[in-house]
Design a protein around this ligand. Sequence first.
Ligand code: KE4
Length: 423
Amino acid sequence: MITDIFERSKRVIPGGVNSPVRAFRSVGGTPYFVSSAKGSKITDISGREYIDYVCSWGPMILGHAEESVISAIKSAADKGTSYGAPTVAEVELAELITEFIPSAESVRMVSSGTEAVMSAIRLARAYTSRDMFIKFEGCYHGHSDALLVKAGSGLLTFGTPSSPGVPADTTKNTLVASYNDLASVKKLFQEYPKKIACVIVEPVAANMGVVLPKDGFLQGLREICDKEGALLIFDEIITGFRLAKGGAQEFFDVVPDITALGKIVGGGLPVGAYAGSKKIMNLISPEGPVYQAGTLSGNPLAMAAGIATLKKLKEKDFYKKLNTASEALFDGMLENGRALGYNFTLNHIGSLGSLFFTEKDVVGYESAVISDTAKYARFFHLMLDKAIAFAPAQFEAIFVSSAHSEADIENTLKAHYICLRNL
Ligand code: KE4
């Protein structure tokens, strides 16, 4: 049944999926097709239920089909779905974002994280009248051309396209530094003085697996950008509203100039956003000359889902409970490893973590990519066979939601122990 639908899908959708990671290419096998989801569980079209740690790659921090979110979407839908005119809901969500996110004095909604980052970089370039920008190897910021780069060879400091269809011309202004390595950032500013508009970073990297910032790394980036007249952009599309109400910038007390948001801010519907001081954001059209637009930006259903979601995050002890459950999971996995004498690396912070099959610390791209991805693939399928859905790729993250119960965590740890033993 599942194979049939996957073959049918491949006849009309490239690879049978609308986003590559869903195709199970790095773990092998046929992806489950989801028919429904509720709380911490997803159910596939064969009726099989799994405890879900993909959580739609981050948005579902409340779990699936949370009743206040669903009811908000339903009541918004009863009034229509899109107007192409301003609505009160957009103001309400913008007010919540500016209340939560320390760097956000003004915010523009878009429809994806990719759009948020693309627009944030355009804004930084306009604000500084500089063209170059720095990203970090192993960090992912969506699929806009200038960001689809991989580190050039040792001699090259600028990125080379990581995908066909991206002209080298488009990436010649993209510089690539090493995560957690401030010297690599300083070197680029020395090589290109007064030419670098911004530094964009995932304050906790989660696209090479989860890699935590070393003490002083984020503060160091803040200081370098201040000294060099460049803007600091935090891509908080994963960390935003997850590490804390105010995201990583609240958690680490380092405030960027511009923040890119997505995922949780839409409560599972398509919302991206970018935010910063009014001084910076007022450069954006129609207030200023920097053009950016979107037919479905601020879509009323997406706004309703986002508002309902962020309101739940304000509930007393939300993060305390979420992080307690998450720590029980991550600490339990480490305990399993110790009990079995099985070494792996587990990076985790709050409700975000990644398990790497390597015995070395994973502190950046180089140390992440040496992980045994074949072993991860076997682990993934052993866990899936026990109805636990982890990310179908080594270099993604485990996302815990407030819907994951003690029983879910216990069942996951039992499965994890058995899978490690049989790996
Ligand atoms: P979207 O355009 O997919 O909404 O956001 C792009 C993006 C930007 N920045 C960060 C830090 C991100 O993690 C993402 C998207 N994350 C991936 C998973 N790591 C989304 C899953 C997918 O591509 O299907």
